[in-house]
Design a protein around this ligand. Structure first.
Ligand code: SF4
Length: 367
């Protein structure tokens, strides 16, 4: 490995960051000292996993008003925590954050990287980022953006993540020399605002020494990764109503959708009526919901029953007045919002038995 000395090579990043840094509600004014509120750093880092800065800002502000300390978050009701996270997605992060807050409230903050990494939900990257930004530890936090920046600077071929250990060893002395919090955030900022997949090299403080730029190889470093296959399905999203109550799936204990209430769904198969729902339903215009591995063509439908109906297994009747307080994912929030607006005209006579028997047969919903 014949890489240049990191403290000298990365030195222009520190004054550049002091000049261009964005004011963010979790960012400390003094980057030389430990952060006055490590909990704010922890919350922001968990929220920023998979979510853009601009989206996180209002959530972070509301969250800190509602749960201003680890102890307040640890003592909060789980439904209230999920509700406050509603709209950020990847709800597992909210549960991890609450669990980590519980450990910190009981035992205090860990005193080393190993202790931080043992907190629920903190992988090696988040633990290192919290260590550097909250506590000024020289712990290299390399996320996808940082790997892209370093691969270009050092003109690395292949996937830079396979060189993670070498890159962490290389960066660590620069953190110690230039300030762990400052340099960590400078690398993040460069990756997020300048050295993006289509970089603005003209604005880069490291342009004169960037290996990929000098060699004219910016477009090929790092190499494009193959995208996961996306499965497309069509489904009916059902608001089944009787006596001012709605049928819902209560939250699962584990998995991606743990903690969230969900409307029942039926996947449309080749045997279903072409182009439309079964009779007896009101509907609204549909939309496409995109997840990492799945694209759903969603048709939101409302079925009103004359009288109460025995619950299908795994479903529960919930009063209309309680719907607004239930934590739901984005797709299900959307149907909840639609229930406040009139749908299309009912289609023919209802056949609830046939539909609900399919909900029973369907078992666990697809989501
Ligand atoms: S010069 Fe361009 S490619 Fe190199 S680090 Fe700067 S922005 Fe990225």
């Amino acid at each position: 490995m014949s890489w240049p000395s990191a403290p000298e090579f990365l030195a222009p990043l520190a004054p550049w960051f002091d000049r261009v840094r964005r004011e963010l509600p979790w960012r400390a004014a003094d980057l030389e000292a430990p952060h006055p509120d490590p909990y704010a750093v922890l919350v922001s880092e968990l929220m920023l996993q998979q979510t853009q800065v601009a989206t996180v800002i209002p959530f972070f502000t509301r969250w800190m008003e509602r749960f201003p300390t680890p102890a307040r978050l640890a003592a909060a009701d789980e439904d209230a925590v999920h509700k406050a996270w509603e709209g950020l997605g990847y709800y597992r992060r909210a549960r991890f954050l609450k669990a980590a807050a519980g450990t910190v409230a009981d035992e205090g903050w860990p005193t080393d990287l190993q202790g931080l990494a043992a907190l629920p939900g903190l992988g090696p990257y988040t633990a290192a980022a919290v260590g550097a930004i909250a506590f000024q530890w020289p712990t290299p936090a390399l996320d996808g953006n940082a790997f892209r920046v370093l691969a270009r600077l050092l003109e690395l071929d292949g996937d830079p993540k396979t060189r993670a250990a070498d890159l962490r060893t290389w960066v660590a002395p620069a953190l110690a020399a230039l300030g762990p919090s400052r340099l960590t955030q400078a690398l993040m900022e460069l990756g997020a605002t300048v050295c993006t997949p289509q970089p603005a090299c003209g604005r880069c403080p490291l342009a004169d020494r960037c290996g990929a730029r000098v060699a004219g190889r910016v477009a090929e470093i790092p190499p494009a990764t193959r995208r996961a296959q996306v499965r497309s399905i069509e489904l009916w999203l059902l608001a089944v109503e009787a006596e001012d109550r709605f049928l819902l799936h209560p939250p699962a204990v584990r998995g991606l959708l743990a903690g969230l209430w969900r409307w029942p769904t039926l996947e449309v198969t080749a045997g279903d009526a072409p182009g439309g729902p079964p009779p007896g339903l009101q509907g609204w215009p549909g939309w496409t919901q995109v997840y990492t591995h799945r694209r759903e063509a969603v048709r939101p439908l409302h079925l009103q029953l004359e009288a109460g109906f025995q619950e299908a297994s795994g479903l529960r009747w919930m009063p209309r007045t309680g719907l607004a307080a239930l934590p739901m994912g984005k797709r299900d929030q959307r149907l909840r919002d639609l229930l406040r607006t009139p749908g299309e005209a009912p289609l023919e006579a209802p056949d609830p038995q046939a539909l609900l028997s399919r909900l029973r047969a369907d078992g666990a919903p697809s989501a």
